[in-house]
Design a protein around this ligand. Structure first.
Ligand code: GLU
Length: 489
């Protein structure tokens, strides 16, 4: 059966709030969002919180925050409402109960009063140890009036779907025709003995009620799809288009998990990634715009996005690639943006000074500009700018042993200090010429003074270009830091 009616695509992201927004979920949300925006469709956010024990409002907030950080706005869902509200499954339980009853009435499902442990079914199904712990024939043999009496007497029951014989086929937009022999599908529970629906029932009831045209989700749901297709058929409703997107793997080709590093999207914010880099990176995990295109703004992603471009092979999460994207987008940020983005980072590091935003703003922007060509994450700006904002409190021991231990290095640095003290103008060219001249007068290689001066200024053996740095530090700081190293060595 094909879809009829509205030609406007309606897609959804339907997270279960049992954890924060993880990378895989974010990628699923992004694909749905891109498809909706590309097609002028509607992107729905639905919270699948029927597992009350594992769901929490903190997790819901975490998911909404993650989506907002990525800039994935939803047209219907929490906070914005919509014509199919409520968008929390925990507020739609009556619908699922009614749907289960409708299936029983239609002869497509039956009451099972058997064992009390129906809740174990889902877990057992997931780890593949499912056994037929039900007896279809015995359940179906119970006369309707007996069923009604036992239900009225408050006996616990589950409702199971009566899987018909035959084959279930669905056309997946990524994988092509996918076939399942119904003989391998057990009479799965749709309503559990505690009155809560199973995922299969609630997802189908809602996808019907919310008029979804496309279901775009992870490959891990392929094995769930035949059950859901059977439910659509039992309800006499058209089956939406399915597109199952490849799973995300770590570098070792194993499914991405905490072992590989951060999996929560907001953790990437804390690690200093910018959302536009994350979006670009995630979009290319399992999708390709073709033509070797890589660096694409969100608008460009929207204009290129097609479900055809989704690959069947698994995607690999490559942190170096993410760093590359982040670096590219950090280069693109305007000075104002970068400064605003970095202010809380400098505050947290205890390095923020109010005049960096006004009196010394253009100086600070110059410092950041010096650091930009190498910065992959926001934290690297803090680290790189530290010596500009505070004198070193120690010197790298190996660097000091190598560059500050020669017997007359103190005298050499004093000579340099005295020249710098009166140098005019205190700018890159003259600073470099002066340093080289002092080295020559004293029979030294320029490198000796360069290394020692870098250590004196930063405490480190690496820094951005030394002479640009000296200019930005200014005469007073340069002289003071040379004095200090001369005294303390
Ligand atoms: N709540 C399900 C999940 O988080 C949704 C699956 C689906 O998109 O159908 O995996």
């Amino acid at each position: 059966m094909s879809l009829t009616g509205s030609s406007i695509p309606r897609v959804r992201f339907a997270p279960s709030p049992t954890g924060y927004l993880h990378v895989g979920g974010a990628r699923t949300a992004l694909f749905n969002w891109l498809y909706a925006r590309r097609m002028g469709g509607v992107f729905v956010l639905r919270i699948e919180d029927t597992d009350m024990e594992r769901s929490s409002t903190d997790m819901v907030t975490g998911i909404l925050d993650g989506l907002s950080w990525l800039g994935l706005d939803w047209d219907e869902g929490p906070g914005v409402g919509g014509p199919h509200a409520p968008y929390f499954q925990s507020e739609r339980l009556e619908l699922y109960r009614a749907a289960a009853a409708e299936l029983v009435t239609a002869g497509r499902a039956y009451y099972d009063f058997g064992g009390p442990s129906k809740r174990g079914d889902a877990a057992a199904e997931e780890d593949g140890t499912y056994e037929r712990r039900y007896d279809r024939d015995a359940c179906l043999a119970v006369p309707a009036d007996t069923v009604a009496r036992r239900v009225a007497a408050g006996e616990p029951y589950a409702i199971r779907f009566l899987v018909p014989p035959g084959e279930t086929v669905f056309a997946d937009l990524v994988h092509g025709d996918v076939r399942f022999d119904n003989a391998h599908i057990e009479d799965f529970v749709v309503l559990r003995s505690d009155g809560y629906p199973t995922y299969h029932l609630s997802v189908v009831v809602d996808d019907i009620a919310m008029a979804m045209t496309h279901v775009v989700r992870g490959d891990d749901h392929i094995s769930n799809t035949p059950k859901q297709v059977l439910l659509y058929q039992a309800f006499g409703k058209p089956v939406p288009h399915f597109a199952h997107v490849p799973l995300i793997m770590g570098a070792d080709k194993k499914r991405l998990s905490k072992r590989h590093g951060a999996t929560s999207v907001m953790e990437y914010e804390r690690q200093g990634y910018v959302p536009e880099a994350m979006v670009n990176f995630l979009a290319l995990l399992g999708w390709s715009p073709g033509q070797d295109l890589e660096l694409l703004t969100k608008d460009e992603l929207v204009s290129h996005f097609t479900l055809d471009g989704i690959s069947t092979g698994n995607a690999v999460f490559n942190t170096e690639k993410l760093d590359w994207f982040n670096h590219q987008y950090l280069l693109k940020r305007s000075d104002d943006d970068l400064l605003a983005l970095l202010t809380p980072w400098f505050e947290r590091a205890g390095l923020w000074q109010a005049d960096l935003a006004n009196g010394r703003r253009s100086w600070f922007v110059e410092v950041l500009t010096l650091l930009r060509p190498r910065a992959k994450r926001l934290g690297e700006f803090v680290d790189g700018a530290r010596p500009f904002l505070a004198a070193p409190d120690s010197y790298d021991p190996d660097g000091a042993a190598q560059h500050l231990s020669a017997p007359d290095i103190g005298a050499h640095l004093t000579a340099l200090r005295d020249t710098f003290a009166t140098l005019e103008p205190f700018s890159e060219g003259p600073l470099e010429q002066t340093l080289r001249a002092v080295a020559e007068q004293r029979g030294l290689k320029a490198g000796v003074l360069i290394h020692a001066t870098r250590l004196a200024m930063t405490g480190r053996t690496v820094s951005p270009g030394l002479f640009e740095m000296l200019r930005l530090l200014g005469r007073d700081q340069v002289v003071a830091r040379l004095d200090r190293v001369i005294q303390t060595r």
